[in-house]
Design a binder for this molecule. Structure first.
Ligand SMILES: [Zn+2]
Length: 240
């Protein structure tokens, strides 16, 4: 591992040299390469994750450019996964980066995530998030939920059977929205930054914050300390 690359980061006591070395042994999978996923993948690669898969079956569209990281106008029409693979590899050759041009489904998710130490939510689909949640609990793989809408974003790290899962907090998060989701361009960057930090904390075994809600327009943070639902049909101790 290049020591110079991470010198300023290893000076941070929360991480240190040991944390940096541990991070370099970890594998993350980012599901979705849009507003959240492109920013989160960018940060994880720059900060020194060991390996990273990024999955998306979409192509870069002009409507993506206001809120994403790394894409340029020259990338329009190209596979998001492959563009991100190329750019992320150029940022940090010490990280093994793989772009996967595939739609994530209930059928293929297990094979995609089985070797991951953490799943990073870069999707904009609630139904896909519930699929991620189920597979996370089933295989004991932590994941970090994040969502954005207009000027408000939400983030929560989920440690299976230890902290509330997405189903446990389903009363507190917005339902699926059909059609185009309105998003202020500055919002995904900050939400992804928090998501990336929660991802690294999960990988290093540090305690997580609860559900964080941030309004980038009105500058207000709110955290909700939600308890696990013992009757949760996904992670509950007592099955319904
Ligand atoms: Zn649950």
């Amino acid at each position: 591992m290049s020591t110079d690359r991470y010198r300023r980061q290893t000076l941070v006591k929360e991480l240190g040299q040991k944390g940096q070395e541990l991070l370099a042994t970890k594998h993350a999978i980012v599901i979705g390469g849009g507003g959240l996923g492109s920013h989160s993948a960018n940060l994880l690669v720059r900060m020194g994750i060991g390996s990273l898969d990024i999955v998306d079956n979409d192509t870069v569209d002009i409507t993506n450019l206001h809120r994403t990281s790394l894409f340029t106008q020259e990338d329009l029409g190209k596979s998001k996964a492959f563009v991100l693979q190329e750019k992320l590899r150029a940022i940090n050759t010490e990280v093994r980066v793989r772009g996967i041009n595939q739609k994530v489904t209930k059928e293929n998710i297990e094979s995609l995530v089985k070797n991951a130490d953490v799943i990073v939510d870069g999707t904009d689909s609630m139904s896909l998030r519930f699929i991620i949640n189920e597979v996370s609990i089933k295989y004991n793989i932590p994941w970090v939920y994040a969502g954005v809408y207009e000027t408000v974003g939400m983030v929560m790290g989920i440690l299976p059977k230890k902290t509330p899962c997405l189903q446990c907090i389903s009363q507190n998060i917005p339902e699926s929205i059909s059609g185009e989701i309105p998003v202020l361009g500055s919002l995904p960057a900050i939400i992804a930054s928090i998501q990336c930090t929660e991802t690294i904390k999960l990988l290093l075994g540090k305690p997580l914050a609860g559900l964080l809600i941030y309004d980038v327009w009105n500058q207000c943070f709110d955290t909700m300390d939600i308890k696990r639902n013992p009757r949760c049909p996904i992670c509950g101790i007592k099955k319904l």
